[in-house]
Ligand binder design. Structure first.
Ligand SMILES: C[S@@+](CC[C@H](N)C(=O)[O-])C[C@H]1O[C@@H](n2cnc3c(N)ncnc32)[C@H](O)[C@@H]1O
Length: 356
């Protein structure tokens, strides 16, 4: 970065605008310019002379630019560039880079909400129980629960070997399959609803072409998994969040079961998936807490961790928070707080590893 920087102890910084930050030392001048995806050092005056300005351009990660005393921190490489996002236990979907990547995926034509005739919701919200019974409710624009393509991309890159095989027992929309095969992985997804599978196949044909199709199986995973003989490198799924969003009345659809039956069926399905996971492979489950009829949380996240730990060889390896949009949270806050319910702005990404 800059010679003698470590020696400096009297840094001062001043925020000029939300796009620039100026840092002065007696003999040195740093100008750090905020860009949507990081910090760029655009000017450095060497210690010996304030007039001999040599310009360097170097990229910094915002989170690691300064230490407690305001000193810039030397770092090798760039985390976001190297990993696609900061590989931290909080995955921030509001981040500019994340949003830009998400737009790219969506612009490819992925429509994960298609294939669901039931009312669509913003998954994990507290207000679903009050809106779902409203007559004529079909506010897809505001409440569709679309799985985040960037989360797929990151989980695949971080936890699956290149070209690996991915199993998803609750496929839902097309996104997990399309992102996987687009990136060179081989996806197999199961969903109990015929219309969902048909819609996914239709979208994948257009986006990926017929020679690179994910495999989608129609049926109850509890049954279908018995007939799948392959082994997989990654299990990645997002099950129904209990009965938060009821997908169908089909027998075996775990979203229409009472909570105890739901957990029992979920465990049975995950157990079968984990058996098909290669040793050293990861199983990633995206879940969110759900309230019961008394307004208390079921403890679904904790139950999911416990049921996964009961599956052969599975260890709870990473615990991530998926920080979601705050936009509609502000609108819901007043209503929620009448009952002292904090607005939920996160989901949980639970990561397990199969160890011998
Ligand atoms: C939470 S959704 C996926 C939602 C996710 N946000 C998305 O769109 O990708 C779960 C899916 O599980 C399916 N499902 C429920 N019970 C099932 C079962 N026993 N076997 C296979 N799929 C099932 C539902 O039809 C639904 O599409």
């Amino acid at each position: 970065m800059c010679c003698g920087r470590q020696k400096a102890r009297n840094w001062r910084y001043k925020r000029g605008s939300d796009r620039h930050i100026l840092i002065f030392n007696i003999n040195k001048l740093y100008i750090l310019c905020f860009e949507p995806y990081g910090w760029y050092e655009i000017g450095v005056a060497p210690e010996s002379s304030a007039t001999r300005v040599s310009f360097k351009k170097k990229r910094y990660n915002m989170e690691q630019t300064f230490d407690l005393f305001g000193n810039p921190i030397e770092q090798k490489g760039n985390l976001k560039k190297d990993f696609g996002a900061n590989p931290f236990s909080i995955l921030d979907t509001k981040d500019g880079l994340w949003q830009a990547r998400k737009r790219k995926w969506i612009n490819m034509g992925i429509k994960s909400e298609v294939g669901r005739e039931s009312v669509a919701i913003h998954a994990g919200t507290d207000d679903y129980r009050s809106i779902k019974n409203k007559e004529g409710y079909n506010n897809r624009d505001n409440y569709v629960s679309i799985f985040d393509p960037v989360l797929c991309e990151l989980m695949y890159r971080w936890f699956c070997k290149d070209g690996g095989d991915i199993l998803d027992p609750f496929a839902g929309g097309s996104v997990r399959g399309i992102v996987a095969n687009y990136l060179g992985y081989h996806y197999s997804g199961i969903d109990i609803r015929k219309e969902q599978i048909e819609s996914n196949v239709e979208q994948a044909k257009v986006i990926l072409g017929t020679d690179n199709m994910p495999k989608w199986y129609e049926g109850d995973s509890n049954v279908v998994l018995d007939d799948i003989k392959e082994q997989f490198d990654l299990v990645f799924t997002c099950p129904p969040y209990a009965d938060l969003e009821v997908y169908s009345t089909i027998q075996g659809d775990i979203s229409n079961m009472d909570y105890d039956d739901f957990i029992f069926a979920l465990e049975s399905i995950m157990r079968k998936c984990c058996k098909k996971l290669r040793w050293g492979g990861y199983a990633i489950i995206v879940v969110g807490e759900v309230r019961n009829k008394q307004g208390n949380y079921y403890g679904f996240v904790a139950d999911t961790i416990k049921l996964m730990q009961r599956c052969n060889g599975m260890g709870f390896y990473n615990d991530c928070i998926l920080a979601t949009s705050l936009a509609s949270a502000a609108l819901r806050a007043n209503g929620n707080m009448k009952n002292k319910k904090l607005v939920k702005v996160h989901q949980n990404v639970l990561i397990f590893r199969k160890q011998q």
